[in-house]
Design a protein. Sequence first.
Length: 347
Amino acid sequence: MKINTETVIVGAGPCGLFQIFELGLLGIKCHIVDSLPMAGGQCSTLYADKPIYDIPGYPIVGGQELVDLLEQQASPFDPGYVLGEQVTRVHKREDGRFDVTTSSGTEFDTGSIVIAGGLGAFDARPLRTPGAAQYAGQNLNYHVEDKEKYRGKRVAILGGGDSALDWVLELHGIAESVVLVHRREDFRAQPASVTKMKQLAASDAESMTYHIARIERILEQNEKLSGIRIITFSDDPQTIDIEFDELLVFYGLSPNLGPIAEWGLQLHRKTITVDTENSQTNVAGIFAIGDIVSYPGKKKLILCGFHEAAMAAFGVQHYLYPEIKQRVQFTTTSPIMHERLKVDGSL
């Protein structure tokens, strides 16, 4: 039997969770689907302990903490969560509604769809050095689930983007030592993070070092990954063996839209083109928000995704109920908003 709902949200990351809230304010019920077994998207799976500094009203908030708060904020609207399932099929009917099917056979009859898939089914770009793949998930990992795992250990980190530098700085003082290896003089990370890393390397060389180098081969001992051999990029190249207990690789994420690419949506470089007025795609009734969308001036920031969720909510309302005259009601004063939020407006 199909689940009948007003909206299916595809993707339970921060933007998808906030979409529940924005739809709820307009009295629209929804179900949210994600291929991961928990809500939170990248914030939970890749950056649970990572501090975030650009969420309005929160000088600092952890990735998982933000997810928990968004779930709490969405809870008055009783969304249906379908986790550990990927949306595999979307079919628009002649009546304007959609048939949606997941990888586990869950079926929806929905009036609209909001895609909040972040980078899609994101895949970490792997370390392609021969022999490395067999150690993935052992002491070679592409994200940090628990930073305490690295306490007192020798850690090597590969990469030059924000994730690599963030974890260099986060694990310094927790790990016994941290060694960063990057392939270029130029770093993609925030300049402030690069400066701080270099300052640590200059002032505390025993626990923090970095090399601009390429990896020649992995080192193994007793059938375990024990290190890497690097060759530095310099006028006088040096061969250096780096021994470690744990290796973290942050070469970035490779976007993979998966089945979304087959839904007839207008795409631009593996992102979905939307109308900035309402975040609607070229298919009426399908909307998209967050890192998966593109439009002139688009910035891949969580706070921009939150704005897009608000615009998409009004777009969904107009698509479902074109007869309703839309007006903004403020949560501070509107009795309707208080009723939907299940709060006492007199407080």
